[in-house]
Design a protein around this ligand. Sequence first.
Ligand code: WT7
Length: 694
Amino acid sequence: NYLRHVESLAVLPSGAGKISHLNAVILGEALASEENDLVFPSEEFSRQALVPSPMKYMEMYRRSIEDPAGFWSEIASEFYWKQKWGTTVYSENLDVRKGPIKIEWFKGGITNICYNALDRNIEAGNGDKIAIYWEGNDLGQDGSLTYSSLLEKVCQLANYLKDIGVRKGDAVVIYLPMLMELPIAMLACARIGAIHSVVFAGFSADSLAQRIVDCKPKAVITCNAVRRGPKVIHLKDIVDDALAESAKSGVSVDVCLTYENQSAMNRHDTKWQKGRDIWWQDTIPEYPTTCEIEWVDAEDPLFLLYTSGSTGKPKGVLHTTGGYMIYTATTFKYAFDYKPPDIYWCTADCGWITGHSYVTYGPLLNGATVIVFEGVPSYPDPGRCWNIVDKYKVTLFYTAPTLVRSLMREGDEYVTRYSRKSLRVLGSVGEPINPSAWRWFFNIVGDSRCPISDTWWQTETGGFLITPLPGAWPQKPGSATFPFFGVQPVIVDEKGAEIEGECSGYLCIKSSWPGAFRTLYGDHERYETTYFKPFPGYYFSGDGCSRDKDGYHWLTGRVDDVINVSGHRIGTAEVESALVSHPQCAEAAVVGVEHEVKGQGIYAFVTLVDGVPYSEELRKSLTLAVRKQFHCQIGPFAAPDKIHWAPGLPKTRSGKIMRRILRKIASRQLDELGDTSTLADPNVVDQLIALSDC
Ligand code: WT7
């Protein structure tokens, strides 16, 4: 049914008429047509593209839906398997009514993702190709590793980890900034079958401790400090605090491997716990540069990555090896139209899923050259990104709407003073990209030449689910367009019934894809409740979505209590619990509000303990409480943008906070408050409005 639906749309994108006509337009010059808002790829681009037309997309998409086993095993066969998977390529149950949720791909297949990313590419003759270009925080600080030298470094660390007793299935926490050592550490874990859990090196000691307590790692890998722009951040101090705290919960870690990041801090200034702390540079180079591979089952865990949910406790999203490998490699290849000469730069940090799938695994599995950037895009000035693009002749540039918007505010000058001629494809991820930012990205950054892949996906999905394939489709600024191969998105209504045609509702996915997460670490029940119970029979994304008359998908943001600030997912409950941890705060309710640069900002309503007056000082200390307990030293994205003092909160008679009303007050849509008669005390609304500017 869905297939027929997409097929009919493939023939008739709006304003393009019949298929022959569409072809003619696609083969024309790049043009942005205001009436139908379609932006067509140039003839030159489409001609060389891996998927050059809607017809080719349809042919591949059709196959992927009608014969997922055949489609994916053909692709998987291009990778190395010590032993092939059994006769069942995949098995799944996404329906809670039929029993426990289960997803398996290539079960019984024996492989190793590090082998496929490094050894396989070296054996194919690419040993001398650059795997990683590293660009430091300061201009002129850089380095690089070929595939062969990267493998040697990975093997040395892998041998060390084995030496200290890390075995297959053990967890290792990695708390590193964007140094080459970060992907090296991930790959070293993968090589020996250990489960890496990268924690973004900007999270507070509390957040790090919480994750350590949850996954009980055999070792923590970190560095002493990092420079981000003009600031120095003492990461090792944060780790020390986290380890002290996790020890109180009975989880002690024996080894803290620390890289000396000399440009940020000298080792003599680093606090040291003898016996536990080990300098990377003193130890790792002593180990052999080859290391035997631990062959693992396709369904053995590869990594854990914690993400925010709508309750306070972060969720340990668990990805396994085989399906994730095939899915990240394939999505990377098609969504960026990857060719071997490409130079690829994704601005995301490996602390997020984007860095896992599209800095480390997806690109390296394709034998690509990637850039790892330690610094920030605004340092030393807002032209840094384009300086890097020109320096390395970047062809594929993948970033987030919040960065696009903040650079847009700095003016075109910073962009146009650089050539950017090398750019071929642009990418966007993290939140919906608003059409004006899209157009600026397209016209100014990409000189109206480069298609934009607006990739919709999640930590949970492992890789892209809805994304343009550059060269295949005419684009609509702000739309993530169509599903990737093998993905069947559906839009359902409140009751979980699929709605067809032009519509909007809740975005769900029918049937699994290889890169899907398999569970929440240690909490399969929460996995089922959060993602599969809301709409039985489907994976529920937590996002709202509409589909236009041409079948293009438009993501409309989270529909649960999660806020997306600068592409970072923040649970309102997490911020609330940080606020109420402040001794003078009685109650807190947090909602998201529109924010010009960050997409969404955090708006907190707080009631104070009886007798405590509201003051500027108190506001500051509440903000600090959030920053300290939750995130974050780098980029204060979790800090509330506005704290609104509330003598009382609007509650139903049963005591439930009516967030709908708070959202309206926060966004000053006072004429849309709706029915307030069911409130226990309707007066609180007027009080709140009166206090809006305090
Ligand atoms: C949430 C997932 C996926 C890597 C980065 C964030 C939002 C992500 C898009 C997009 C509209 C997007 C969704 C999603 N989101 N990409 N292209 N268009 N919304 O990963 O932290 O797991 O967050 O980010 O709301 O649910 P994440």
